[in-house]
Write a protein that binds this ligand. Structure first.
Ligand code: DC
Length: 222
């Protein structure tokens, strides 16, 4: 196995952004496992498959091919030979992804794929269950957190900047709901691994979070 950095935590903590920066700074391959659950959801939506365990869903899981590629420093997500990097970020996918990600059938397929990705390279993998389930023996485990209000504020700012008409209350409610789904599901729920280091980004800038995590990683590499 290569060197593995596991980064877990809820949405809105800056996890995706800091993972990409750290990967570049330290020469690690960054892997966004949320993108894989998003691919499953997109394909299921296209095939009109409901987010419940079924023969249809199992067949679909056997048929899909997910690839995470690097192009000119940017990560691209490919599903069955199609670049779906943007299509997996729509509201339709947002609405169902937590439901698909809660299914045993889906996780049983994704977890081994993720483990294989860490076999031969030095990686930084972000998700919800990387330090607890996918790589319980990761070299470095970080749990990146932030208050629910701050996470909602960040999402609100992002949506407004993208020209969306949203209310802060709506977003706060959605974030709370999603948090409940992710932390209370039966299989691989979002939680801090006992040996993970907690980094709270509520009052930190992206640069400060990056610096703190890189310091932790460098100490382990020594
Ligand atoms: O990080 P994200 O918002 O792109 O994740 C999409 C969904 O997938 C979200 O509902 C959490 C879920 N997920 C998961 O259950 N396990 C992971 N390792 C990564 C994401």
């Amino acid at each position: 196995m290569g060197f593995v950095v596991a980064i877990d935590g809820p949405a809105g903590t800056g996890k995706g952004t800091v993972t990409k920066i750290i990967a570049k700074d330290l020469g690690l391959v960054d892997i966004d496992t949320g993108a894989m659950y998003r691919c499953v959801s997109l394909e299921a939506l296209r095939r009109n498959i409901e987010p419940v365990e079924s023969d249809e869903l199992l067949k679909m899981l056997d048929e899909i091919k997910i690839q995470l590629k690097k192009k000119e420093g940017k990560q691209e997500v490919w599903l069955n030979g199609e670049n779906v990097s943007e299509k997996i970020r729509t509201l339709e996918v947002d609405d169902v992804v937590a439901k698909f990600a809660a299914l045993k059938m889906v996780r049983d397929k994704m977890t081994p794929l993720q483990r294989r990705m860490g076999e031969s390279e030095n990686i930084i993998m972000e998700g919800r269950d990387i330090g607890t389930t996918v790589f319980p023996d990761a070299n470095v485990k970080i749990y990146l957190d932030a208050s629910v209000e701050e996470r909602a504020r960040r999402r609100y700012k992002q949506d407004i900047e993208n020209g969306m008409e949203v209310s802060f209350e709506e977003i706060l409610k959605a974030i709370k709901q999603r948090h409940k789904l992710e932390t209370e599901r039966e299989i691989a729920p979002l939680r801090k691994a006992e040996d993970a280091i907690l980094v709270d980004s509520t009052n930190l800038t992206i640069e400060e979070v990056v610096a703190e995590i890189e310091k932790i990683i460098r100490e382990k590499i020594k």
